[in-house]
Design a protein around this ligand. Structure first.
Ligand code: CO
Length: 136
């Protein structure tokens, strides 16, 4: 597996509109892309920051992963996303090493990319997402 870069940081927010207003007020920027990812029960807004991106995440369901995260830990950094060159090989390699994965196979993420999350028990408190194929 080759880690190419930190593709984005995922930030949980109770209200995407509030996060967008804040980015506009502080940094004079709007999102380059917004999208609802029904499978993950989230609405997302992406803000490019140099070679990386901030992904703001609002939950559409209190029982979804971001809804549960917000209830337990409040707003803030939810995950770090490593861009990989071959996500199928990356997931297969981790599973072969006995690493617990939330996703046993890559699934659809925002931006048409394919993603897979490691189980947080494996990652020392920082949730890690692997991603391949996000358009820039
Ligand atoms: Co993400």
């Amino acid at each position: 597996m080759k880690l190419l870069r930190i593709n984005h940081l995922g930030i949980a927010t109770p209200a995407l509109a509030e996060a967008m207003e804040r980015m506009s007020r502080l940094f004079d920027m709007g999102p380059e892309h917004t999208e609802e990812v029904a499978e993950q029960k989230v609405k997302t807004a992406f803000f490019p920051v140099g070679e990386s991106t901030l992904e703001y995440l609002e939950s559409t369901d209190p029982e979804g992963p971001i809804g549960k995260f917000l209830a337990k830990r409040g707003p803030g950094i939810h995950h770090v996303c490593f861009e990989v060159d071959d996500i199928d090989a990356a997931v297969a390699g981790l599973l072969a090493k006995g690493v617990r994965m939330i996703d046993q196979a890559p699934r659809k993420g925002a931006h048409g990319c394919r993603v897979a999350f490691l189980h947080p028990a494996e990652t020392g408190g920082v949730l890690i997402e692997l991603s391949q194929g996000m358009a820039h």
